[in-house]
Write a protein that binds this ligand. Structure first.
Ligand SMILES: O=C[C@H](O)COP(=O)(O)O
Length: 248
């Protein structure tokens, strides 16, 4: 069975004072029944890891370079994230793909770099509204999975997040049937490529997840958790989502 994971992506939000939200969350879940992950901006990875040391809340980055070191101004390597106390990294988020021109090939190389460093990559895929309306959703997701994942990958570390671009930060979510259709298809696609080990890859849903809709999303076929943006910034909101996953 896939591990259950409630992951928070703070995106470009948060300053040192925001670490209080992370420690408050850890205090609410001293012995969580699911994995909890917070991915703050790069400036907060090390201080958050220090603040959460000894707790059950994991820390992750939001991106890493495919190289281990070198002349790449402004970038950060997977080893640096590990060194700072992270154990996960989000890769190929649609905002990285749109803002920084990240391609499937680049995401695949970053996935290799992350797993070689010992990090768990959370690889994101998702269709645009135009692609959904054109009936291309499953084809787009299959293509992104195919291109964004290397042929050889540590299945025990890999996490996949399905995030419809049109559901991110909009308050709109697909129907539960649409989520199930994509998640079931992702599972079948991954098992066909990697074998039975892929049955245990956590498949997260992301896009406007809130405490109020989390339970029904977590009850959906092949949904093993969530990648949460806005509702992960406050411990009070994120705790409702974590509790819903614990109860699922
Ligand atoms: O990585 C998180 C997603 O982009 C979802 O963001 P959101 O929960 O604010 O819609």
């Amino acid at each position: 069975m896939a591990r259950k994971l409630a992951a928070g992506n703070w995106k470009m939000n948060g300053v040192k004072a925001s670490l209080g939200e992370a420690t408050a969350l850890a205090e609410m879940f001293p012995a969580p029944k699911v994995d909890i992950l917070l991915c703050p901006p790069a400036t907060l990875v090390a201080p958050m890891a220090q603040a959460l040391f000894g707790t059950q809340v994991h820390v992750g980055g939001q991106d890493c370079h495919m190289k281990t070191s070198g002349a790449h101004t402004g970038d950060i390597s997977a080893e640096m994230l590990l060194d700072a106390g992270a154990d996960h990294v989000i890769l190929g988020h649609s905002e990285r793909r749109a803002d920084h021109g990240e391609t499937d090939q680049m995401v695949a190389e970053k996935t290799v770099a992350a797993t070689q460093a010992g990090l768990s990559p959370v690889v994101c895929v998702g269709e645009t509204l135009a692609q959904r309306e054109a009936g291309e959703t499953l084809a787009v997701i299959r293509q992104q999975l195919s291109g964004s994942l290397p042929d050889v990958v540590d299945l025990k570390k890999l996490v996949i997040a399905y995030e419809p671009v049109w559901a991110i930060g909009t308050g709109k979510i697909p129907t539960l049937e649409q989520i199930a259709e994509v998640h079931d298809d992702m599972r079948a696609t991954l098992v066909a490529r990697y074998g039975d080990g892929a049955k245990d890859i956590p498949l997260l849903y992301g896009g406007s997840v809130k405490p109020s809709n989390a339970a029904e999303i977590f009850a959906t076929s092949n949904v093993d958790g969530a990648l949460v943006g806005g509702a992960s910034l406050k411990a009070a909101d994120f705790s409702g989502i974590v509790k819903a996953l614990e109860a699922a």
